[in-house]
Structures are given as C-alpha cells and as structure tokens.
Design a protein around this ligand. Structure first.
Ligand code: TXA
Ligand code: MG
Length: 321
C-alpha cells in the first residue's frame, strides 16, 4: 500500500516534468518523461553528464517500443521474447519524436523493459516511457540501493523510490542492432553466452577497438576515489603494505585475511550472480574506509563474470582507452 502511494506520487512528478530516482533489477535509475526535453536535460545537469552520452529509454509494454523505433529486426524480436522484461538494452533506429537530447543527436535510441515491479508500475502510472541513466554522478559507481542515491544526488532529485537492493547489481547488457551481426556494446546482466545461444556469434567490442559510442565504455568509468589494482600478485602484498592501508576485494573468502586492513568478499560460495549483486556496494564500502589502495581479485570471465570484470577494469582505469 505504502509503495503504491509513493509510486502514484512519483508518476505525478514525472508527468509534471520532474525527476524521480527509481529501482530497477540492475541499478537505480534517474528518470524523467522521455518525451519532455526539459527534464531530460536536467538529468544531464544533475549527473554532470556530457551531452554526447545518450540515455536509455525504459518502457513497460511492447506497444511503446513501436512508438519509439522505426523497425524491429527479427533477431531483436527473438531476444525480446526471451529476455524482456529484464537486463537487456537494444539499440535501434529511432523515430523522430524522441528528443535529440535523449539520443545525443544519434539516429538510434537505446531501449529496455526493466523487470523490477516498481520500475514497471512507475512507467505505467506515468503513461510515458522514462529516459533514465544510472542515478550516480557521471563516472562514479552505479547505485544499487536507495541510500547510495540519497548520499550522492539526494537534494537534486524530486523523489527517490526505495525498492531495496537491486537483485542483479550490474547494469544491463547493451546490444546494437544497427549493424549485422548485432554488436555487444556493454556486457551486463544478460550474459554473452545466453545471447549467443539464441543469435549465434555476435560482434564484440574488444578492448582497445571500442568506438566511443557508449561512454559507459570510457576507460575511467565506475571509478571510486581509492585506486583499484587488478594486476597484482599475492606474494607482493607485503611490499604494497609498507606504510599503506590496503583493502582486498575478494571473489571468495580469502585464507590470508590478516594480510589486509580491510576485506570485502563478493560471494563466499564463489557464485557469479551473488558477486554481481554485491559488486558496487562492496567497492563503495572499501572506498569509504580511507584505504590507500584496493587490490581486486580477478573473476572468471564467464557468464556474469564478464560484466563484473568489465566494471573492475574500468574502475581501475586499465582498459586500453
Ligand atoms: O541497467 C541499466 O542499463 C541502467 C538502468 C537504470 O536501466 N541504466 C544505465 O544507464 O546503465 P547509463 O546511462 O548509465 O548507461 C547507458 C549506456 C551509456 O553508456 C550510453 O552511452 C549507452 O548506454 N547508450 C545509450 N544510447 C545509446 C545509443 N543510441 N547508442 C549507443 N549507446 C547508447
Ligand atoms: Mg551509468
């Protein structure tokens, strides 16, 4: 009941041109009416996001999709059937009605149907698609709780809907359908293996040759204040520790805990889904502990591990560009 009232209130704010932070299954989004360029522009101001970085448009039903895009390739339709609602974003040729500010002047638009019940109700009650990036200042870690949003954007958002911690924990997978075969622009909540089991081999932006199309791809993105190191060896920890406070971002429970000033474990049983859910909150906690350096353990690059390693590389600034 309480949720229903807050959703009504949030929808009213969206309809009147305000900004609402809301939970999705991946991360919290900062939303506005996708068809209203003024609040859409405010999203960029609040996030301090460059205007060349387009927003994702969130929808609650397939009729909305047809209002937004020129055509839906058969391959995209197969993914929609399998993964929507869910953590998959499709880049398609946009219709004119979508304000240029949303698509950053590109001929395409990124669209997804989230599966979080609060996100779906909010979109339905607002009676418009909702343009929303992750609800964090540009370049910082995405929020996976309402508290993360409050801490960083609290006073600049008209309302924050609290739906608890996000169950997936990493952002949606982004696939572009403006080329054939489709291209993976950002690994995320739906794994490459799952996508290729339906489409066969797709194109992948390998590190170093990424086009700056999706600035979520900028090398220094998702970055906390404390430096993160991904490329390190256990036998060197003693050397790192000289006069320094060192944190460990561990995949499983480590057997050398006392070596570190602070430890966060992503999944004691080594489960990649659980690790993804905990990723951003664990980095935030380490970042708040005045450490000089965070050593991050590499994660197996299968399934969700690919999205986790992508975020860790960006947080550590070790992508090639
Ligand atoms: O899980 C998610 O996708 C979350 C939740 C809130 O839905 N949203 C999210 O949005 O991560 P954001 O803005 O932080 O990241 C969206 C990425 C950006 O890197 C942007 O460049 C890319 O999507 N993007 C948006 N429109 C695009 C387009 N037309 N072509 C290529 N990339 C696009
Ligand atoms: Mg983001």
């Amino acid at each position: 009941m309480k949720d229903e009232r807050s959703i009504q209130q949030a929808a009213e704010i969206i309809r009147r041109g305000g900004l609402v932070a809301f939970p999705t299954e991946t991360v919290y989004g900062l939303g506005a009416d996708a068809f209203n360029p003024l609040p859409d522009a405010r999203i960029f101001e609040v996030k301090r996001r460059p205007y060349f970085d387009p927003l994702i448009v969130h929808i609650a039903n397939l009729a909305d999709l047809e209002r937004l895009v020129k055509e839906i390739p058969a391959s995209a339709e197969r993914l929609i059937e399998r993964f929507w609602p869910g953590p998959l974003t499709l880049v398609l040729l946009k219709k004119e009605e979508i304000p240029d500010i949303v698509s950053a002047g590109l001929p395409t638009v990124a669209i997804r149907m989230p599966s979080h019940p609060m996100a779906l109700s909010l979109i339905e009650e607002s009676s418009c698609p909702i343009a929303a990036p992750s609800a964090n200042p540009f370049g910082y870690l995405s929020p996976t709780t309402a508290q993360h949003v409050r801490e960083q954007l609290g006073d600049q958002v008209d309302l924050i809907l609290d739906g608890g911690p996000c169950p997936v924990g990493v952002e949606s997978t982004i696939l572009s359908f403006v080329e054939e075969p489709p291209r993976l622009l950002r690994p995320g909540g739906v794994s490459l293996e799952e996508i290729e089991s339906i489409l066969g081999k797709i194109a992948i932006n390998s590190r170093g040759e990424e086009k700056p199309l999706a600035p979520g791809m900028l090398s220094k993105h998702y970055a906390p204040r404390t430096p993160i190191l991904l490329d390190w060896e256990r036998k060197e920890v003693e050397r790192y520790r000289r006069n320094k406070r060192i944190g460990l971002l561990a995949f499983r429970e480590p057997n050398d805990r006392p070596q570190f000033d602070s430890v966060e474990v992503l999944s004691s049983k080594g489960d990649l889904r659980e690790a993804a859910t905990n990723l951003f909150a664990a980095i935030r906690r380490l970042d708040a502990r005045n450490l000089d350096l965070i050593l991050a353990e590499p994660i197996p690059e299968i399934g969700l591990g690919r999205a986790i390693m992508d975020r860790l590389r960006r947080a550590s600034g070790t992508t090639d560009r």
